[in-house]
Design a protein around this ligand. Structure first.
Ligand SMILES: C[S@@+](CC[C@H](N)C(=O)[O-])C[C@H]1O[C@@H](n2cnc3c(N)ncnc32)[C@H](O)[C@@H]1O
Length: 224
C-alpha cells in the first residue's frame, strides 16, 4: 500500500468494508491507501483542523472520498459508514469522540491510540464492542492496533470473550489478546517495563498500578 508507515499499514490490513470513515485523517494517507488498494469503495475523511483538512482534501482529490471539516462524529450521519478508524491520538480523546455520538459509531471500529490504550479497551467493554484483533507494532515507538466488532447483547454487561481467562486489570492495561498470545517480543517489552518501574525511586499512581499488574502477570508466567 502506498505511502504508509508500519503503524498505518497495520491499521490498513484490519480494514475491509464498503464505506469507511477515518476521524483525524490529517495527511489522508490511510484512506488513499485503502481506496487505491480496493479495500474500501468509498472513504469519509473527518478533520477538525483547517490545515490537515486541506491536506486530506489534496491527498484524496480525484478519489471516491468525502473530506469534511468537523469535530469527530459530528461529521458522520448514523448508518453512513460501515467501519471507522481513529489513529494517532491519545486513548482519552478517542473515547471522548466515540462517546459524544454513540449512535453514529459503525459496528466495525479500528483504533490505534498513541497512549492510554486502556481507556479505549474500557470504552469498548462498556459499549458492547468486542475485541477481535490486537496487534503490537514496534517501530520508532510501540503501538497497539485494535479492531472491535459491536455485539449489542453485551453492551450492559461489560462482557467480552477476549477477556475470558485473563486477569482483567492486566488485560485492560496490556491487552487481553496480546497476553493470551504471549509472543517473545511482547513478553520482552513487559519485562523491560517491569525492570524500569522497579528501578524508580518514586512512582505515580499510574506507574504503581502498572508495576503491580506486571508483577502478577510475569509471576504467573514464571518471570522474571
Ligand atoms: C496526530 S494526527 C494523526 C493523523 C493520522 N490519523 C495518523 O494516525 O497518522 C491527529 C489528527 O487528528 C485530528 N483531530 C484531533 N481531534 C479531532 C476531532 N475531534 N475530530 C476530528 N479530527 C481530530 C488532528 O487535527 C490531527 O490532524
Amino acid at each position: 500500500m502506498p505511502k504508509l508507515d508500519e503503524r498505518l499499514k497495520a491499521v490498513a490490513v484490519q480494514i475491509r468494508s464498503r464505506v469507511h470513515a477515518d476521524i483525524g485523517s490529517d495527511h489522508g494517507h490511510l484512506l488513499k491507501a485503502l481506496l487505491t488498494s480496493g479495500r474500501i469503495e468509498r472513504g469519509i475523511a473527518i478533520e477538525v483542523n483547517q490545515r490537515p483538512f486541506e491536506n486530506s482534501r489534496s491527498t484524496l482529490s480525484g478519489l471516491a472520498a468525502d473530506v469534511r471539516l468537523a469535530d469527530g462524529l459530528e461529521g458522520l450521519s448514523p448508518g453512513e459508514a460501515d467501519s471507522l478508524s481513529i489513529c494517532g491520538m491519545g486513548g482519552e480523546l478517542m473515547t471522548r469522540i466515540l462517546e459524544t455520538h454513540p449512535g453514529r459509531v459503525p459496528a466495525d471500529v479500528v483504533l490505534q491510540p498513541h497512549r492510554r490504550p486502556d481507556a479505549v479497551r474500557r470504552w469498548a467493554l462498556q459499549s458492547g464492542f468486542h475485541l477481535v484483533e490486537e496487534q503490537l507494532v514496534v517501530g520508532r515507538q510501540r503501538y497497539v492496533v485494535m479492531r472491535f466488532r459491536l455485539d449489542r447483547s453485551t453492551a450492559e454487561s461489560a462482557n467480552d470473550p477476549a477477556y475470558d481467562a485473563v486477569d482483567r486489570e492486566a488485560a485492560l492495561l496490556f491487552g487481553p489478546l496480546l497476553i493470551k498470545r504471549w509472543e517473545t517480543r511482547f513478553r520482552d517489552i513487559l519485562v523491560e517495563e517491569y525492570q524500569y518501574l522497579m528501578r524508580l525511586d518514586q512512582r505515580t499512581d499510574d506507574s504503581a498500578q502498572r508495576l503491580s499488574a506486571l508483577s502478577k502477570l510475569l509471576d504467573r508466567n514464571g518471570l522474571p
